[in-house]
Design a protein around this ligand. Structure first.
Ligand code: DUC
Ligand code: ZN
Ligand code: ZN
Length: 504
């Protein structure tokens, strides 16, 4: 089993006959390395490598933390035998909430330290998380604080800047400073008290992003519609967790998705629609893409596996996230949108709260969000590749290559190719695991995937050539992660087409 299974993790050479890591047998069955004269610091041997060229059986030679060579019979000072395993690019989770400071002090429960362990346990090596902005506050100070927090973790990391108060000072003076620091994506909420922006605010954020070459990511749900439904539900005494789904039906997501796309078209600004949960919203994105707009869509494992019925049980609050979980018909719609390429990124929207924190007098005051950093790849692989819904290459694109591209991190991240960072997962496609909270390594006492049986599991994770997880044991060092500043990139570049050619 991944945790507490094969150990002896200090061994330099590891063999993996039939998908198992067996450090103890390393001396017996590994080809000898060539010590100081070796061409590579580390060679991963004999796995099926999901590289930029498709899936090929070859060795992966790593030097100074980067992929140096893909080839046959490579020499290395150390050897990892990956026979029977897949060799995949480290996951890039472009949507996770980690150690987010709260306006009143303190932070969300998941720290960069615990999130790093969770990510490595699940095969993710790079995250893009959120710097908050609170109404009436600037953003620069928050950036400095958040950079320092992230530096305590082990993950390679980049940031989105949330804009909830788009003042002239913030947009014209502070956001340009952030862009110079390599923050290249802005996030807006079209719902939630205290953070949502109205149409005017959203347009101003789009305009700023266009000028500075940032992507805009959007939480698409209609604030006023949800507020109205929530007031009516609470007035009728319908307060239990599952009424969360009643407060925000698919139409509020479809409407906000349509509006976000229309305003992005008006301004000529590329956007990514976050956490698409239903076919109606995916159709809006597909229509935009068919018209050539730079509109991308993301979904998350919970919108493929969890239903609103999960919120009806005694543990209902533990499944509350926004958009709300839907039903099996919507799961099928989301799979179809993935297959067609309408939705091209699967991230976790990791937002972890303990059981104690997920309490409240009614659904409207229970914190939203699910922990999913560790489960993202195993759940998607199992439901997608193992069950024959998507190919291995498609899986790799969804969890690593596409998020890296969309966030301006490619080809440093998201691909196994010479010159790229050696962020690599050794993945056992046959291993069957029952997910438990202990396997998730996150800070909280719950996972919405508790008890779920999956086929396919990461047995080792390498970040920049360093083994940071082996058989569920985290071997990375605190502070070992690096900030990934982003420059201008094609996907965030406007098309140069505006109505009447005005406003460009
Ligand atoms: N939805 C969000 O938009 N953010 C975090 C958690 C959630 O469920
Ligand atoms: Zn959101
Ligand atoms: Zn989120």
């Amino acid at each position: 089993m991944p945790r507490g299974g094969a150990s002896g993790v200090a061994a330099a050479r590891i063999c993996a006959p039939e998908g198992q890591l067996h450090p103890a047998r390393a001396q017996a069955c590994c080809a000898p390395g060539r010590g100081d004269d070796a061409m590579h610091d580390l060679v991963i041997k004999g796995g099926l490598v999901a590289s930029a060229f498709g899936a090929v059986r070859c060795d992966v030679g790593i030097r100074q933390g980067r992929i140096a060579t893909l080839g046959e019979a490579l020499d290395g000072a150390e050897v990892l035998d990956a026979q029977g395993l897949l060799v995949l690019p480290g996951g890039v989770d472009s949507h996770c909430h980690i150690e987010e400071p709260r306006p009143g002090g303190g932070t969300t429960e998941e720290t960069f330290a615990s999130a790093s362990a969770a990510a490595f346990a699940g095969g993710t090596t790079t995250t893009v998380s959120f710097i908050p902005q609170w109404r009436g506050h600037d953003v620069w100070e928050r950036y400095v604080d958040y950079r320092a927090r992230a530096a305590t973790g082990m993950l390679d990391h980049a940031f989105h800047q949330i804009i909830s108060d788009p003042t002239d000072q913030v947009l014209e003076e502070e956001v340009p400073k952030l862009v110079a620091e390599g923050v290249r994506s802005l996030k807006v909420f079209l719902t939630y008290d205290n953070v949502h922006v109205d149409d005017r605010g959203f347009i101003r954020v789009l305009e700023t992003a266009r000028k500075l070459g940032c992507l805009v990511t959007v939480h698409c749900e209609n604030y006023e519609a949800i507020r109205w439904r929530t007031e009516r539900l609470l007035a009728a005494g319908l307060t239990a967790p599952h009424y969360h789904a009643w407060s925000r039906p698919t139409v509020v997501e479809r409407e906000a998705t349509h509006r976000a796309i229309a305003l992005a078209e008006l301004v000529d600004q590329p956007i990514q629609v976050f956490h698409v949960s239903c076919g109606e919203a995916a159709e809006e994105i597909a229509r935009a893409q068919a018209r050539g707009l730079k509109v991308w869509g993301e979904t998350c494992p919970q919108y493929l596996t969890i239903t609103a019925r999960h919120m009806e049980g005694p543990d209902g609050a533990m499944f509350m996230c926004s958009p709300a979980p839907r039903d099996e018909a919507e799961h099928a719609n989301i799979w179809e949108a993935i297959r067609r390429g309408t939705l091209d990124v699967v991230s976790s929207d990791h937002a972890a709260s303990s059981r104690a924190a997920k309490q409240g007098a009614d659904f409207s005051v229970i914190p939203n969000g699910l922990p999913g950093l560790a489960a993202r790849l195993p759940v998607l692989f199992s439901e997608g590749v193992s069950q024959g819904r998507i190919s291995l290459e498609h899986f790799t694109r969804l969890v690593a290559t596409n998020p890296a591209k969309l966030m301006g991190l490619y080809p440093k991240k998201g691909v196994i190719a010479p010159g790229s960072d050696a962020d690599v997962i050794l993945w056992d496609p046959k291993r069957e695991v029952t997910i438990t909270n202990a396997l998730m390594h996150h800070a909280v006492d719950n996972t919405p995937f508790e008890g779920k049986r999956v086929t396919g599991w990461p047995v080792a994770t390498l970040r920049r050539g360093e083994v940071v997880m082996r058989e569920g044991e985290i071997t990375g060092r605190p502070g070992g992660g690096q900030y990934q500043p982003r420059g201008a990139y094609e996907m965030a570049t406007p098309r140069g087409i505006t109505p009447q050619g005005f406003g460009a």
